[in-house]
Structure formats: structure tokens, C-alpha cells
Design a protein around this ligand. Structure first.
Ligand code: GLU
Length: 360
């Protein structure tokens, strides 16, 4: 048998590794071989771990500079929308962010897509809000990182470059708001943070990824079929304030007085993160009946992390007004809250709200 000489092994390894090395190194990056101009992609930086450098947060401009090889995929533009942890973003900032994105797409027909950086803790909430309020089928890609720029193994620049590639990719159009971390593309509606620390934290559980971002290309395997972005009926162009909607967790021996307090403090809707497929505990049923008596909508979701709540009367609500009871379908409690807030900007009709929960 012929033995492989070391020099051949080196040549073989170089050939195999070449695309990855080329992508990571600006010196070896080849100019785009295309007649059409490079896609224009705009970054809206909002903060989060991806920019949380010890001694001072990275600016939007510094984030752009952190990506070697970006020029192979996009003409970047950038702006600093905010620079805070995701859980510090206000509902007013959500409204402003959606309006800003809609304005950018309207004013610049050449814009191919938008990347939004966010902290990861409540990233899925911001992403789903945008999924329901962005009025374009052009890609909006939300990106974060689990390790900060001062940490060994910071993956923020890699995630951001992936985000730019996804935003520049024509196949990303019409798929709703996308969440990109860890080389994976997930739907804003489906994805959730599943681990406090690990890099593979963003999962769509039973549904799985929409696609992946590999060294050679962005690959899609499926697309969401629920209503979103351009097909959404929600319009935040002139909304100053979203109605208050709170989330209540079900646990053994829970008291209903918390629900009553929410109603008394002005909640227009309450999402129950129920045990299993709709169970409440302790005196929560009394709290829910109090809410119904005050005309407050109650949406039943599940705290299990996956599965569906079908539209039927939960036993704890048996005596409450039926049109105020909504089933969250498969939406996570925090996302059911967002849909209910937006639904309440359009209607106070329970059947209409339930229709929305079956479509979005
Ligand atoms: N993990 C935090 C978040 O979700 C980021 C912390 C920070 O930026 O201060 O936003």
C-alpha cells in the first residue's frame, strides 16, 4: 500500500480548511464576484452582553469593526438605538424600535435587511414584538451573545457576522423576524432561551431550527406558516402606550390576591402560565373570576415550555364571562402577553382575540 507523504497531508488539510480560514481572515478574503452591488444591511445596536465590555460598552461602530470579512457579504450601515441590558428595554423603546425599522425600510428601498443586537435574557420578547409589528418581508435578524467581549471565547462577533449574512441573504425574505446565534437560525415566534449560560441556549424545542449559517452558505430547511410582519394586522405607527398585561405563574398553593392586585393596578389582560394544559392552584380561580368581573381578559398558556392550550373553558374560570377567556395555543407565556397587548390595541372582542391567537 502507498503511504501518504506528510506534504500531501498538509495540502489536503489546507484545501479542506480553506473556506473557513478565508472567511475568518480579512487578508485572504476575495472580493465579491458579482455584477450587482453588495447588499446594504443596517445594524441597530440596543446593547446586551454582545456589547458589554468590561470598562465600557462597545458602540455600534465598534461592533461593525469587530467582524473580519464583513465586506464579503454586505455594505454595513449602523446606528446606536440603545446600549442597555435587554430586560431594561422599555415598552416605549419597543414601539420606537418597530417604528424605526419600518421607517428605514420605507425610506430606503435599497436596504436589504436589518440586524438588531440585543441582550439574550429577553431577546425572544423583543424579537416576537418585531415579528408582529414590522411591516416588511425583508429580513430583520436579532442577534446576541452569551459571552461578553472581555471573555475568552467571546462569540459575539461570529454571531453578528452570521446575522449580517442572514440579513443579506435573499432566501431570508418572508420568513418573519429571525434569531441568529450559535450558527443557527430560529423563528422569533418559536425560539426561547433554555439555558442561563450555555452557548446553545436558543432552542425552538420540538419545532427545530429554520436553517443554519455555515461557512459556505446560509441554508434554510423550512419556513414559518403563522402570520407575521407584512401579513400582520398590527400597526404601531401611532400607538403611544401599550395596554398593561401581566403574567401569573401557577404553582401549588398560589393565591389569587396577586391577580386581584394586577387588576386593581390597571391590567387590561392577564396571562396565566398554567400548570400542564390549563390547571391553576390555590385561590387563583377566585382571582381570575375577579378579573373577569372587571372586564379583564385572561389568557391561559402553559408553563411547561412546549405544547398547546386548546380553546375551551378552563375549570377555574367556569363562572367567568366566556368571551374574556382566551387560549394561548402554543405561545409561551411571555409571547402570549405580547400578542394580547397588541390584540387589545385593535379590539375588545374575545372571539376576535381568540382568532388572533390561532393565526399569529
Ligand atoms: N444578559 C444580559 C441581557 O440579556 C446582558 C447584560 C448587560 O448587557 O448588561 O441583556
Amino acid at each position: 500500500m502507498r503511504r501518504t507523504r506528510p506534504v500531501h497531508l498538509i495540502l489536503l488539510l489546507t484545501a479542506l480548511l480553506c473556506p473557513r480560514l478565508g472567511e475568518a481572515s480579512p487578508q485572504t478574503a476575495a472580493p465579491a464576484q458579482s455584477a450587482s452591488p453588495m447588499p446594504k444591511v443596517r445594524l441597530l445596536a440596543t446593547g446586551g452582553t454582545i456589547s458589554n465590555r468590561a470598562g465600557g460598552r462597545l458602540s455600534a461602530e465598534e461592533l461593525i469593526r469587530s467582524m473580519p470579512g464583513l465586506e464579503r457579504y454586505a455594505r454595513p450601515k449602523f446606528e446606536q438605538f440603545a446600549n442597555v441590558a435587554s430586560s431594561q428595554l422599555t415598552l416605549k423603546q419597543w414601539l420606537d424600535l418597530a417604528r424605526r425599522i419600518n421607517g428605514l425600510f420605507k425610506d430606503d428601498p435599497d436596504l436589504s435587511g436589518i440586524v438588531v443586537t440585543s441582550g439574550t435574557d429577553t431577546l425572544e420578547e423583543t424579537a416576537y414584538f418585531l415579528d408582529l409589528t414590522v411591516k416588511s418581508d425583508k429580513p430583520v435578524v436579532v442577534v446576541g451573545s452569551m459571552r461578553n467581549p472581555s471573555t475568552l471565547g467571546y462569540e459575539g462577533a461570529a454571531n453578528l457576522l452570521d446575522g449580517f449574512r442572514v440579513a443579506a441573504e435573499p432566501a431570508s425574505r418572508g420568513k418573519g423576524v429571525l434569531v441568529v446565534l450559535n450558527d443557527e437560525i430560529n423563528s422569533a415566534r418559536e425560539v426561547t432561551k433554555t439555558d442561563a449560560l450555555r452557548l446553545h441556549t436558543f432552542q425552538s424545542r420540538d419545532y427545530g431550527v429554520l436553517g443554519v449559517v455555515d461557512a459556505d452558505r446560509v441554508v434554510y430547511y423550512r419556513a414559518p406558516v403563522t402570520r407575521h410582519t407584512k401579513e400582520s394586522e398590527f400597526d404601531v405607527s401611532s400607538i403611544e402606550e401599550l395596554p398593561r398585561v401581566d403574567v401569573v405563574l401557577v404553582y401549588q398553593g398560589a393565591t389569587g390576591d396577586i391577580i386581584k392586585a394586577m387588576v386593581d393596578q390597571g391590567a387590561k389582560g392577564i396571562v396565566i402560565a398554567s400548570a400542564g394544559a390549563g390547571a391553576t392552584s390555590g385561590t387563583q380561580g377566585e382571582g381570575m373570576q375577579y378579573a373577569a368581573a372587571k372586564g379583564v381578559f385572561v389568557v391561559t398558556s402553559t408553563r411547561t415550555g412546549s405544547g398547546r392550550i386548546a380553546s375551551r373553558r378552563p375549570s377555574a374560570m367556569a363562572s367567568a364571562t366566556p368571551q374574556l377567556r382566551i387560549a394561548a395555543e402554543d405561545l409561551a407565556p411571555v409571547k402570549a402577553r405580547i400578542l394580547l397587548m397588541l390584540a387589545l390595541t385593535r379590539t375588545k372582542d374575545g372571539a376576535e382575540i381568540q382568532r388572533m391567537f390561532t393565526q399569529y
